[in-house]
Design a binder for this molecule. Structure first.
Ligand code: FES
Ligand SMILES: [Fe+2]
Length: 455
């Protein structure tokens, strides 16, 4: 993963395209084929990427097929229950050895000539091996290609192809506090979440950075969701009140520009009473009320902090409020994104609560979700309208909230990590998007991890 990429854009050209200090970003980075190829090599082949959740593959032999950049990978539990991640490509002629989305198996047999691989990646079967190869084939050298590093973090599975990439903990850095808002139980216990209902997968005709930067911190697009809000099922709808969410929180744009991660977090007033339990769905309301009491007891000063949408660089977006989901924006060429979304619930929540959330999630997010459909319309048309010969000569504007951020945020004794733009008065900023593109440019410029400072 090191060494210069032939024909790659150097630091000077990238700085001209992405000027975060002035808040100006060229449309080229969304539509250019050359930049896209460089992203696959310098971002997606190096970064830690989210692949799936351990609750999807509970038993040895369970597997799911996921994606790293454009490439298909198998995520499976081997016979010893260890989670392994392999490139989904046969070592003989490259055939996709697993063509299902998920399942259970003792081995992966290549459909082309029949080589087969164990769930530990070892080449275990070669048709007519003795006659065809004699003693020549050294099977130990021809197992499936395995990722360089893999991490199971509170049930979420991550991997990178780059041996020299920082550890997952180093890559996550201070963002841990915010990612944990998604992965810890709603009542403040560590971990305890599971995926329900499989994975939604769909195509959006836009560059992968449209959804990644929108989730990183676009609080400015409320107008897009006005119709769903008017009928009470949008971002400020009644469903959230049932789950104890209220709107008088203080909104914070939290960015880690030297990591690329960000989140819109919200902070309840320090003297906020517990949210009232709405009675339309009493079991649900009681559950969330109970969680809030427990959370307050367990989390101390941090109980007031809730997560909104965010993006963990480059292409994973936790949405740590309700709907509680995690998305991966898989690049499929400069002009297309394959969106995958997983839905999380507390593993030990009552069945009524899980069912309430399942219906709320489907109505809100994913291809059937009315709120997410609003977003997709924007990305779809924005991308198409940015591709043309004339359009791509004019940059986008990211000036909102420039120069307002602080890395010493404190509120009634609660200190929070990250560079924070308190958007209470301004209502919104593009602080998080600028952080995302700061890191994007660093990775695109650097020829190896060795050149990039990771705090
Ligand atoms: S391509 Fe897999 S066995 Fe030939
Ligand atoms: Fe949106």
């Amino acid at each position: 993963m090191s060494g210069p990429t032939p024909g790659s854009l150097d630091g000077g050209s990238l700085k001209a395209l992405v000027d975060v200090d002035r808040g100006v970003v060229s449309r080229e980075i969304f539509v250019s084929e050359a930049i896209y190829r460089q992203e696959l090599e310098r971002v997606f082949a190096r970064a830690w990427l989210f692949l799936g959740h351990e609750s999807q593959i509970p038993r040895p032999g369970d597997y799911l097929v996921s994606s790293m950049g454009e490439e298909s990978v198998i995520v499976c539990r081997d016979a010893s229950a260890r989670i392994r991640v392999f490139l989904n490509s046969c070592r003989h002629r490259g055939m996709k050895v697993c063509r299902y989305d998920e399942g259970h198996t003792v081995e992966f047999q290549c459909p082309y000539h029949g080589w087969s691989y164990g769930t530990d990646g070892a080449l275990v079967g070669v048709p007519f091996a003795k006659d065809a190869y004699g003693a020549q084939l050294d099977r130990s050298r021809w197992g499936l290609i395995e990722v360089a590093q893999m991490k199971n973090y509170k049930g979420t599975i991550w991997a990178t192809w780059d041996r020299s990439a920082p550890s997952f903990e180093g890559y996550l850095g201070g963002y841990k506090l915010y990612l944990d808002l998604l992965l810890d139980a709603w009542d403040g216990r560590e971990g305890g979440t599971e995926v329900i209902g499989g994975t939604h997968k769909w195509l959006i005709p836009c560059n992968w950075k449209f959804p990644a930067e929108n989730f990183s911190g676009d609080r400015y697009h409320g107008v897009s969701h006005r119709s769903v809000d008017m009928v009470g099922i949008g971002p400020s709808g009644k469903g959230r009140r049932d789950m104890g969410e209220r709107n008088q929180a203080r909104w914070l744009d939290v960015s880690f520009p030297d990591l690329g991660h960000s989140m819109i977090a919200f902070l309840r007033p320090h003297d906020a009473p517990l949210a009232p339990a709405y009675q339309d769905a009493p079991i649900v309301a009681d559950y969330f009320r109970h969680c809030e009491e427990e959370r307050k007891r367990r989390r101390g000063a941090e109980w007031r902090l809730f997560g909104g949408p965010g993006t963990m660089f480059p292409n994973t977006s936790p949405l740590a409020r309700q709907p509680r989901t995690i998305a991966a924006w898989h690049p499929r060429g400069p002009h297309q994104t394959e969106a995958w979304r997983w839905y999380l619930v507390d593993a030990d929540a009552p069945a009524e609560v899980k069912d309430f959330l399942r219906q709320y999630y489907i109505r809100y997010s994913g291809p059937s979700g009315l709120t997410e459909q609003d977003d997709m319309e924007n990305w779809n048309y924005a991308h198409a309208a940015s591709r043309g010969t004339i359009a791509r000569q004019y940059p986008y504007n990211y000036e909102m909230g420039l120069g307002r951020a602080t890395s010493a945020f404190e509120d009634h004794g609660l200190k929070l990590p990250g560079v924070i733009n308190d958007v209470t008065e301004a209502n919104a900023s593009e602080h998080n998007q600028r952080g995302f593109y700061t890191r994007w440019r660093q990775l695109m410029e650097a020829e190896s991890w060795g050149e990039i400072a990771t705090p």
